[in-house]
Design a protein around this ligand. Structure first.
Ligand code: 1HN
Length: 367
């Protein structure tokens, strides 16, 4: 039986560029014209996208000495942001992409240093990896940086980093830079040192279930909460796990407390707890994902890769691939920070969860 869905025409081998006479190709090129059919299958493969993103892991133990060396080699004034980028070889290292839309970098700030104020179109978050005494001033709010804290610097907000402590501070930057760059929408504006304003988002919006009522002629701020302390997120995960011992996916999402929607527009952020000894199977979903070990140790299996993540290690997985996560300890819980491209996929109407065949979404109401 033949229907538009299964007529099999996608298996037909299409004409190649070499099949066309050279003078004809030259004539097309001279007019900035390209025949579609030799490239049609490459840009529109059958059933599943062709991913450049390779499952890749970055060991913190391996990269840390090189990051500290960068601290000695390059003063902050010569770097503005002293970062080693976690680049995916599948995209080419110079592209500075971990996944299609996600940039990852490990940033080092030494005691007394200041990373000057700027704002830019890409959205960023920081996940603090080690050290105390550093802070990020986001839009006039001084956000203390402690291990496991998530700090937002959404598109357009001023931010600068300072360090009043005595030990190096390192954090993981997660940005939607590759997307913004591809869209030719990536740029920055430099600023001067930002004054600290009164009122902190944590004091106002840090309590789940209630948010401050804005004056009746006002609306909620676009980004009401800028710092999500790890101690609160960890406590939320532990409460979730204790409340339902049968719950498999003990996971919370970082949301805008005034809307309940994703904390930022393009990338999604989550924290996952694996119970001692737990194995968790995740179905294939369209968005690519990043895992960063906040506490404990976990194994991440994706495609042919098996990564054993120790604390502060990071890995990425292409979209449309199943994942198996396993806590490597039988006595301690493991905690992972997850960044993914799900808000972007949902907004574009291409978000899907698969348990076998392609489930191409139709219409604007993805799961
Ligand atoms: C940026 O602004 C920061 O503010 C870190 O700390 C990494 C990577 C690319 C573009 C802007 C920061 C960045 C960045």
């Amino acid at each position: 039986m033949s229907s538009p869905e299964n007529s099999g025409h996608a298996d037909v081998t299409l004409g190649r560029l070499e099949d066309l006479p050279a003078p004809y190709r030259a004539e097309l090129g001279a007019l900035n014209l390209v025949p579609l059919w030799p490239s049609l299958r490459a840009v529109l493969p059958p059933g599943k996208p062709a991913a450049r993103t390779m499952a890749t892991a970055w060991s913190y133990e391996a990269l840390r000495p090189l990051l500290m060396q960068a601290g000695a080699l390059t003063p902050i004034e010569k770097a503005e942001r002293r970062v080693l980028v976690l680049a995916n070889p599948g995209h080419g290292l110079e592209k500075m992409q971990a996944t299609p839309a996600i940039y990852l970098g490990m940033q080092l700030l030494l005691p007394g240093e200041w990373a000057p104020s700027h704002r830019h179109t890409p959205n960023a978050v920081r996940m603090v990896v080690e050290g105390v005494g550093a802070w990020t001033n986001v839009d006039g709010q001084k956000c203390v940086m402690e291990r496991g804290d998530l700090i937002l610097t959404p598109t357009g907000l001023w931010h600068e980093h300072g360090h009043d402590g005595t030990e190096p501070v390192v954090w993981l930057d997660v940005l939607d830079l590759p997307l913004m760059y591809y869209m030719e929408a990536s740029y920055h504006i430099n600023g001067t040192r930002q004054a600290v304003k009164s009122g902190r988002s944590e004091q106002r919006y840090g309590q789940g279930g209630v948010v401050p009522t804005p004056a009746y002629d006002q609306r909620q701020p676009d980004y009401p909460l800028l710092r999500y302390p790890w101690k609160d997120v960890k406590a939320a995960l532990e409460r979730l796990a204790a409340d339902d011992p049968a719950l498999q996916q003990v996971q919370v999402s970082y949301v805008n407390p005034a809307t309940g929607q994703d904390a930022e527009n393009v990338l999604g952020f989550h924290a996952l707890m694996l119970r001692p000894g737990q194995t968790l199977q995740l179905p294939a979903r369209s968005p690519a994902m990043v895992f960063h070990q906040i506490e404990g140790a976990a194994e991440v299996r994706v495609l042919d890769a098996v990564f054993a993540l120790a604390q502060a290690d990071t890995c990425c997985a292409p979209g449309y691939s199943e994942l198996v996560l396993r806590n490597l300890s039988s006595t301690e819980a493991a905690f992972l920070f997850i960044a993914d491209e799900s808000p972007l996929h949902r907004k574009l109407g291409v978000y899907e969860v698969r348990d076998g065949a392609a489930k191409m979404p139709v219409g604007p109401r993805p799961v």
